[in-house]
Design a protein around this ligand. Structure first.
Ligand code: SF4
Ligand code: SF4
Length: 287
């Protein structure tokens, strides 16, 4: 079983469009949406949820108000200013880091550390295979752990189904969730656009791929919107010995296919779809 990770330095570069398009070109595959803060693969694939599971990570302090004597000890000790004192102590869930200091020193043993429910992960069926995806509650910061969980569940499921390829729609940026998404990947496809910031983001993601020793290929989306910067990206790839898998021209059909909830290949035979088909041929050589 192989794992193909699709990344971009920031959101909105066409990463999800490409992942969805690839999913309609392979038969033995499973999909994992690791953009747990703002998943959008479902817009194209319209999944039907078959399983919902809780995602629990770490603990949060909870005050038993019947036991609290408002002595203020916890408020004085909490270095995250998470305790609000009124008639009794209350904990602000967004600020509490679950360090446990308050529970340890509360003279009335009025504080318990409860498991922190941070979100959900799901198994869904789509017309292009099973999708493992997730949702992090607003304000939660455990996206790296949730990405690891989504990938672990995707591997388990792929093994069960006998899928030969896991297509991973990665998180944007270069933060903790992206770092988690590299684990176990056989190849990373980095999608970029011909802008100054696109080139900069690409350089940062390539550094990560080198650090984690995952082979990388680059795709330039809407390449013809700025041929000069596209040429700079191509030069950069050549100098860095990173293969350019291909370039996708600007094509209004891409947006129209998104609005229609279809992959590029389901929508119509357009310029962008032809380029993506050629790119897939390049990528397959390394899988
Ligand atoms: S330390 Fe315990 S008793 Fe004192 S305010 Fe906090 S919760 Fe209440
Ligand atoms: S668990 Fe730590 S962070 Fe949370 S309220 Fe208690 S002392 Fe503050």
């Amino acid at each position: 079983m192989k794992e193909l990770l699709i990344l971009s330095g920031k959101g909105g570069t066409g990463k999800t469009t490409l992942t969805a398009a690839f999913s309609s070109l392979v038969t033995s595959r499973l999909l994992a949406d690791c953009d747990v803060d703002a998943a959008d693969l479902h817009i194209i694939l319209r999944p039907e949820r078959t399983e919902t599971h809780d995602f629990v990570s770490g603990v949060k302090a909870m005050v038993n108000k019947d036991r609290c004597t408002a002595c203020n000890t916890c408020a004085e000790l909490c270095r995250y200013d998470a305790v609000i004192m009124n008639e009794y102590a209350e904990v602000d869930d967004f600020s509490c880091e679950g360090c446990g200091v308050c529970a340890h020193f509360c003279p009335e043993k009025a504080i318990d550390l409860e498991p922190n429910h941070c979100g959900y992960w799901f198994v869904s069926s789509t017309r292009h295979g099973t999708l493992i995806h997730a949702e992090l509650k607003p304000g939660e910061e455990n996206s790296g752990k949730l990405v690891s969980l989504v990938k672990q569940k995707a591997r388990e499921r792929a093994e069960k189904e006998g899928a030969k390829l896991i297509l991973v729609d990665g998180p944007p940026g270069i933060g903790c969730p992206v770092i988690s998404s590299f684990s176990g990947a056989d190849l990373v496809v980095i999608v970029t656009e011909p802008t100054e910031s696109g080139l900069h983001d690409l350089q940062r993601v390539i550094e990560l791929s080198k650090h984690f020793k995952v082979p990388a290929k680059v795709v330039v989306n809407k390449w013809d919107l700025n041929r000069e910067i596209c040429a700079q990206i191509e030069n950069f790839c050549q100098d860095s010995r990173i293969e350019l898998a291909g370039k996708i021209p600007f094509d209004k059909a891409v947006v129209d296919s998104l609005v229609a909830g279809k992959t590029l290949f389901e929508f119509k035979d357009c310029k962008a779809a032809q380029s993506v088909a050629n790119i897939w041929q390049q990528i397959q050589k390394n899988l």
